[in-house]
Design a binder for this molecule. Structure first.
Ligand code: IPM
Ligand code: MG
Length: 375
């Protein structure tokens, strides 16, 4: 294909994506649903270890609902790097079909081959799933009580720099071009999710994060549309910041605690949420929710930690991040009591257990026993 043809194909695909978004199905009403199917996906590396822990914990928290059949935990196999490489599919078609039969997904970390490594250049499974299931909002809370910090990030999750991340074009040996895509519908639905959250949870301020002075079209549109949505919520203060100074302000004693709700395009959200999670105590401590209208997927914010596996210390992996994601999942389906109980048990584990991730301290099994004991 010539690069002109590649450009044309990309534009056609993006126009089709916008049409599909316009026809997206409405959100299911979980309260009236007879059975809610939760698919669990182990992932790679430390994934099976932390998922075993999290499943055992969920089986305890949800014992009554599992017994009555209202909740079904369903193991989804085959989203492993070995199977994905063998099939040369980022998410093998039969696995995707199984995933689409679920309502909610709890997902361990999946390995993404780096470009130029010894694995084939497969797209990230996360990115594919977010796109295939149209999980447009990536919601990541971070709290640091002793610093009076209570943040929640609404990261755009299906477009921006990620929409065409694997479809950049080498024009010739001298020039390569990647793409960043902002759509009206994709931005407005994210902004609305953030402002609705602020309204329903008593958050007083929403901050819009871009680099609209440089990325004038895409970030410019993102900022304009977020401001347009903000006008529907006059009771909520709205401000906007560039992403670079935001990164600095998150570690500022003066500014950090003044932030509340953030709305960000995809790549800035990726970077800023790692920074925020690190401030909270490490990327292993934060949960992450990928929310769409039809599906929602909850995952650990960290990767598959191949180094821990190679060093033979995988059993020391901390299931906390995945379990925090499970708390968000329970809240998503309005199981507030269960979510509160699990959260308290996890807070206890964070206080009482020592899990530095270097092969010393408590193991994932110790963590599981502790949390189940607290429930
Ligand atoms: C995240 C991760 C992913 C991302 C990777 C695994 C593709 O860093 O969820 O933040 O870049 O979005
Ligand atoms: Mg990230």
């Amino acid at each position: 294909m010539t690069y002109q043809e590649q450009f044309e194909e990309i534009v056609r695909d993006q126009l089709a994506r916008v049409e599909a978004m316009k026809n997206a199905p409405a959100a299911p009403d979980f309260a009236s649903k007879e059975t809610i199917i939760i698919g669990t996906i182990d992932g790679d590396g430390i994934g099976p270890i932390i998922m075993d822990a999290c499943r055992a914990i969920l089986e305890k928290v949800l014992a009554d609902d599992i017994a009555s059949g209202r909740i079904q935990l369903r193991r989804i196999e085959g989203l492993t790097i070995e199977n994905r490489i063998a099939r040369m599919e980022t998410v093998p078609a039969d696995v995707l079909a199984e995933i689409k039969e679920c309502d909610l997904l709890l997902k361990g970390p999946t390995t993404t081959p780096a470009k130029g490594g010894d694995m084939p250049n497969l797209e990230s499974a996360n990115v594919t799933l977010r796109r295939e299931l149209d999980l447009f909002a990536n919601v990541r809370p971070v709290t640091i009580p002793e610093k009076n910090i209570d943040w929640i990030f609404f990261r755009e999750n299906t477009e921006g720099e990620y929409a065409l991340g694997s479809r950049g074009v080498d024009i010739n040996d001298d020039i390569s071009i990647d793409f960043k895509v902002t759509t009206t519908i994709g931005t407005k639905r994210l902004a609305r999710a953030a402002f609705e959250y602020a309204k329903n949870n008593g958050n007083k301020k929403v901050s819009i994060i871009t680099k609209a002075n440089i990325m004038k079209k895409t970030d410019g549109k993102f900022l304009d549309l977020c401001m347009e949505v903000a006008r529907e919520y006059p009771q909520i203060e709205t401000d906007d910041w560039y992403v670079d100074i935001t990164a600095a302000n998150l570690v500022s004693d003066i500014f950090a605690s003044k932030f509340s709700v953030f709305v960000l395009p995809n790549l800035y959200g990726d970077i800023i949420t790692d920074e925020a999670a690190q401030l909270q105590g490490g990327v292993g401590t934060a949960g992450s929710a990928n929310i769409g209208d039809r599906y929602a997927m909850f995952e650990a914010i960290h990767g598959s930690a191949p180094r821990m596996v190679a060093e033979g210390i995988a059993e020391y992996a901390n299931p906390a991040s995945l379990c925090r994601a499970a708390v968000m999942m329970l809240r998503h389906i309005a199981m507030t009591d269960e979510a509160d109980r699990l959260e308290q048990a996890l807070d206890g584990a964070a206080e009482d257990l020592n899990m530095p991730g270097d092969g010393t301290g408590h193991t994932a099994k110790d963590f599981t026993d502790y949390v189940i004991g607290r429930l």
